[in-house]
Design a protein around this ligand. Structure first.
Ligand code: B1M
Length: 212
C-alpha cells in the first residue's frame, strides 16, 4: 500500500493517531498538502460515504472516521490555506429554526467537507435571516437546510422566499434534507434538490456545481 492508500485505510478504520502519524510522514516526504487531502483523507472519506450509503456501516463508524479525517485535516489545513488550494465550492449549512436535531446535518457537513467543499456550519435552530446573512457574507455556492420535524419544514420555504426577496436566489443553489423531507416537497418550495442521506447530499452538491 502506498502512503495515500494507508491514510485512506486508517480514515476508514477511524484511527486518528495513525492518520496523524501518516499525514506527518507524508509531509516529511514532501508530498503536497493538496495531494494528502485529495488522495488520502478525502479518498478515505469517500469510501466511508459509499459504505454508509449502502448500509454497510452506520452512524457511529461515520463519526469516528470523520473524527480521524479531522485529525489529518488539522495538520494540513494551515498549509492548504498557504498554498491557496481552490475549494470545490462553498456550502452554508444548518438545521432550520425551531429544530434542534443536528446529528444528520453534522454527518452531511462532515462528508461535504471530506469531499473537499468549504463548509460553514451554522449549527441548529438557525433563523432564515442568518442563512441569508451567511449566503451574502460568504458568497456561498450552496445553502443546505436540514429539518427533522414536520413543524419546522416550513422554515425551508421561508428561507427560500427570503433569498428570493433579497434578490439572491439566482446566486445560490438550495438543497434540503431530513427525515420528513421529500423530493416533491423540494419541488414544491422551489429548492434545487433533495437528498435522502448524507452521501447523496455530496453527490447532489457535486452535480449542482457541475462537478460530475
Ligand atoms: Co426528536 N423527533 N424530538 N429528538 N428525534 C424525531 C425526529 C421523531 C421522528 C421521533 C418520533 O416521534 N418518532 C419526532 C418528529 C415527529 C415529526 O415531526 N414528524 C421527534 C420529536 C417529536 C421530537 C421532540 C418534539 C420531542 C419532544 O420534546 N416532545 C423534540 C423536538 C426538539 C426540537 O428540535 N425543537 C425532539 C428532541 C430530540 C432530541 C434532542 C432528544 C434528539 C436530537 C439530538 C440531536 O440531534 N442533537 C432527538 C432524536 C435523536 C430523534 C430521533 C430519534 C433520531 C434523529 C436522528 O438523529 N437520526 C428521531 C427519530 C427518527 O428520525 N427515526 C426523532 C439519525 C440521523 C443520522 O438521521 O437526521 O434523518 P437524519 O439525517 C439523515 C438524513 O435525513 C439526511 O442525511 C442524514 C444522514 O444520512 N439528511 C440530510 C439530514 N439532513 C440533511 C440535509 C441535507 C441532505 C440530507 O441537505 C442539506
Amino acid at each position: 500500500m502506498n502512503i495515500f492508500e494507508q491514510i485512506a485505510d486508517e480514515v476508514q478504520q477511524g484511527n486518528s493517531d495513525s492518520v496523524e502519524v501518516l499525514t506527518k510522514k507524508a509531509l516529511a516526504e514532501e508530498i503536497s498538502a493538496e495531494d494528502i487531502l485529495n488522495n488520502g483523507l478525502v479518498a478515505g472519506m469517500n469510501i466511508v460515504s459509499e459504505k454508509f450509503k449502502n448500509n454497510e456501516i452506520f452512524i457511529p463508524e461515520v463519526l469516528i472516521s470523520a473524527k480521524s479525517m479531522y485529525s489529518g485535516l488539522g495538520i494540513i489545513k494551515p498549509l492548504l490555506a498557504e498554498s491557496n488550494v481552490k475549494s470545490k465550492g462553498k456550502v452554508v449549512i444548518g438545521t432550520v429554526k425551531g429544530d434542534l436535531h443536528d446529528i444528520g446535518k453534522n454527518i452531511v457537513a462532515m462528508l461535504l467537507q471530506g469531499a473537499g467543499f468549504d463548509v460553514i456550519d451554522l449549527g441548529a435552530d438557525v433563523p432564515k435571516e442568518k442563512f441569508l446573512e451567511f449566503v451574502k457574507k460568504e458568497r456561498a455556492d450552496i445553502v443546505g437546510m436540514s429539518a427533522l420535524l414536520t413543524t419546522t419544514m416550513i422554515y425551508m420555504k421561508e428561507t427560500i422566499d427570503l433569498l428570493k426577496n433579497a434578490g439572491l436566489r439566482e446566486n445560490v443553489k438550495v438543497i434540503i434534507g431530513g427525515a420528513p423531507v421529500t423530493e416533491s416537497y423540494a419541488d414544491q418550495i422551489d429548492a434545487d434538490g433533495y437528498a435522502p442521506d448524507a452521501a447523496s447530499a455530496v453527490d447532489l452538491t457535486k452535480k449542482l456545481l457541475g462537478e460530475t
